[in-house]
Design a protein around this ligand. Structure first.
Ligand code: ADP
Ligand code: TRP
Length: 326
């Protein structure tokens, strides 16, 4: 099975990204029958701002995070979207085959407008570039969070339309969304998202992590009174991080044997320990720039050879190759 997913390098990866997409994606690596393609959607990150300094920082930290979290370059191709020129060439072709109405219906675009973000052309056409990222590789399974579902559906629509007009060319992909983590809540209970400033970053500094956890809003219940685990954001995070003593904690909540302060302190330790190994790997990797460059170069070579082949097929179907002139 060919598995592919991408992540924008638009800030610090957070635990919503981790549980919703990174962890499920990396689990596919362990089955040797899968061919995995994971990439940094750096061109997509330009839709928010063209800022070379921030771009470089975000790019670096997103790459490091993926490798530290377990992306194995022996098993998966890992590359930067911008290293594969075929994405942008196919983008123009598919843009010309995409009705405006389809793009106007995109939730992500409509949300940005609703939040008074002034849209640029890149933001509007974002789903078509995403379709190119997927279709060039005949990817079958796309691990993503729920907010990307519509984009994968649009990719199918775009592919179907092309196949219908020009004959079988693209494989139709399917989004793989895990129900239990399809929308990980943020510190304020809304969807965790960089755009809402409610994130816990995967590799948050110790003091900042403590501060964020202690600031999670809770009900004002006097100490010694029962607490409701089912409506508590702190308890929800204990569940997400698979606290091995979850049932004990649930009983402590119900019996009034624990206060929110203690539940938060335990949560801090749980999260800190959860990423301990990855944090150590990340610290080591930070110094290994030559090794990281090599991984990305090899990943790009593999991706490029597949993408170029598919682009060649598309070009020939559209009469873009020289042999059509004679
Ligand atoms: P953000 O909303 O923070 O900008 P991205 O758009 O970079 O996140 O998302 C990268 C991947 O992580 C996507 O597949 C997305 O669906 C997933 N994802 C993002 N936030 C969450 C969340 N809160 N819960 C589950 N998955 C998420
Ligand atoms: N749009 C995705 C996001 O914001 C990132 C992305 C770009 C992507 N191209 C992709 C995800 C292709 C899966 C497949 O998270």
């Amino acid at each position: 099975m060919r598995v592919l997913t991408g992540m924008q390098s638009s800030g610090n990866p957070h635990i919503g990204n981790y549980f919703g997409m990174i962890k499920p994606a990396l689990e596919f690596q362990d089955n040797p029958k899968n061919e995995c393609f994971y990439f940094i959607a750096d061109l997509h990150s330009f839709t928010s701002k063209l800022d070379p300094e921030a771009f470089h920082q975000n790019q670096k930290r997103t790459i490091l995070d993926w490798l530290a979290l377990g992306l194995d370059p022996e098993k998966s191709a890992f590359y930067q979207q911008s290293d594969i020129r075929a994405h942008t060439e196919l983008f123009w072709i598919l843009m010309c085959g995409t009705p405006m109405g389809l793009l106007e219906r995109a939730h992500s675009y409509k949300d940005k407008i609703a939040n008074n973000i002034e849209p640029n052309g890149g933001l509007f056409s974002y789903p078509v570039l995403m379709a190119c990222d997927i279709l060039l590789y005949d990817a079958e399974v796309i691990p993503v969070g729920k907010d990307q579902k519509q984009h994968v559906e649009m990719t199918r629509d775009i592919a179907q339309k092309f196949n219908h007009h020009f004959g079988e060319t693209f494989t139709l992909p399917e989004a793989r969304i895990l129900k239990s983590v399809e929308t990980v809540p943020g510190l304020d209970g809304r969807k965790m998202s960089k755009s809402y400033g409610n994130t816990i970053d995967i590799f948050e500094e110790e003091v900042a992590l403590k501060k964020k956890i202690m600031s999670i809003p809770t009900d004002s219940v006097p100490l010694g009174q029962p607490l409701n685990p089912d409506t508590c954001q702190v308890f929800a995070f204990h569940t997400l991080f698979a606290n091995p003593n979850l049932e004990t904690l649930r009983n402590q909540y119900k019996n009034g044997d624990i206060g929110f302060g203690d539940a938060k302190k335990q949560l801090f330790t749980l999260i800190w320990d959860y990423f301990q190994e990855a944090r150590e790997r990340r610290t080591k990797l930070q110094k290994e720039t030559t090794y990281i460059e090599k991984i990305l170069t090899e990943g790009a070579q593999k991706a490029n050879s597949i993408a170029e082949k598919k682009l060649g097929l598309v070009r020939s179907k559209l009469g873009l190759s020289a042999k059509h002139l004679v």
